[in-house]
Write a protein that binds this ligand. Structure first.
Ligand SMILES: [Zn+2]
Length: 395
């Protein structure tokens, strides 16, 4: 009996010190997340990121701090309802909003545009905030708008969102067999956009793009590319996820895949359960669609309203770790990072309720057998490498 008691308490002490050392490792590491959609939410709802937004959003400034996040790339986003004459201005409005957040919270967050500024923000114990433009439609087919985004501090552009542009086809369109401009991939202008981003020192983001666009990007770019928020097709067959040949190509290119936490990209059972859930609430779904809500907002609203139901089909955290494992086995530990998509997704795996839970990923990686050196790469060093290498000629 004594022996049993001793081994139980030893187990408890072991687990306690394990989680303590994992927390220490996480807080000491540089943690970068390359995709967070909170700006769209605060522009639409008028929330203040300096306030406690728990139970309303995945993100606020104090929870970013609690989650040990040192570098946050905020997504600048509007959907396909914005186009010529409106999309660029909407993007600037989101950038202005982030600037206001920074002006109101100068002790917590700093906007940075290059590796040197990033370093000084981290040294000062502040969150280094950057922006990435999610959707090439926001340049409205104008190269000078791309220049403006760069000058305002945008350091990546996702060439398409779910909608294709007139110069790049999206994963959503290509997977449905659609040819948005009579063909697919990058047009001649699309290739110029990629080359100009290379010259500027802006990371080319291949999340959301179609497979032909991806291939054209890889043969056009002279610098490493990123997938700012994508997961693995081999584990969850969704058109937004990356297939093995794409993962191998990013490895060869020296780029980085930042894993998206969305339950629907992690576990293929999730989409099936979600379809049943939406069918169950069909009347409400239909009435919101009639009010012209986009489907992603309907799903988000219903998931929050019926949280107890959607809780039942969240994947396990270990399943997210499987996506890291998969990429690391295929192309090594230098090409993977965190691209949460928090506040752009209605569901994340169990235990990941918001940005405050990033330390749980470190704990799960340790439990999976990764060492400190590998974990530091995954959490932030891989991002720093690709950011430095893309901006090198400019800073
Ligand atoms: Zn996205």
């Amino acid at each position: 009996m004594l022996k049993k008691f001793m081994s139980v308490s030893f187990g408890f002490i072991y687990l306690f010190s394990f989680s303590q050392s994992s927390e220490k490792l996480h807080q000491r590491a540089i943690v970068a997340d390359t995709h967070n959609d909170i700006l769209s939410t605060i522009v639409q709802k008028g929330y203040d990121l300096g306030n406690d937004l728990k139970d309303k959003t995945h993100t606020d400034l104090s929870r970013l701090k609690k989650g040990g996040v040192d570098i946050q790339i905020f997504s600048i986003f509007c959907d396909e309802r914005y186009g010529k004459g409106t999309a660029f201005n909407y993007a600037l409005r989101e950038m202005d909003t982030l600037q206001q957040v920074v002006l109101r919270n100068p002790d917590k967050i700093m906007l940075v545009q290059n590796p040197a500024q990033l370093k000084s923000a981290i040294r000062a114990g502040k969150i280094a905030g950057l922006t990435g433009v999610e959707g090439g439609h926001m340049i409205e087919d104008r190269m000078d708008y791309l220049d403006s985004f760069y000058k305002r501090g945008a350091r990546y552009m996702t060439l398409t969102w779910n909608n294709s542009t007139s110069w790049a086809s999206s994963a959503a369109d290509e997977s449905k067999g659609q040819l948005p401009f009579g063909s697919k991939g990058l047009t001649a202008f699309g290739k110029q956009v990629v080359q100009h981003m290379n010259e500027l020192g802006m990371m080319v983001d291949v999340s959301h793009v179609g497979e032909q666009t991806f291939r054209d990007v890889i043969t056009t770019t002279s610098k490493p590319v990123i997938a700012s928020h994508s997961s693995v097709y081999g584990l969850c067959a969704h058109p937004r996820n990356l297939k093995d040949d794409q993962i191998l190509a990013i490895g060869k290119n020296g780029g980085v895949i930042f894993i998206n936490f969305y339950s629907g990209f992690i576990d293929s059972n999730y989409m099936r359960s979600k379809a049943v859930f939406l069918q169950f609430h069909k009347q409400e779904t239909d009435s919101l669609i009639q009010l012209k809500w986009p489907m992603y907002e309907v799903e988000d609203w219903l998931s929050k309203k019926y949280a107890a139901e959607t809780e039942l089909f969240r994947p396990k955290l270990e399943q997210l770790i499987d996506h890291f494992d998969y990429i690391i086995k295929l192309i090594g530990v230098d090409h993977v990072g965190l691209g949460s998509d928090f506040d752009g997704i209605e569901s994340a795996p169990q235990g990941l309720d918001g940005v405050e839970n990033f330390p749980r990923i470190t704990q799960a990686l340790l439990q999976r057998g990764y060492n400190k050196k590998d974990i530091n790469k995954i959490l932030g060093e891989n991002f720093l490498r690709v950011f430095k290498s893309v901006s090198s000629s400019n800073n």
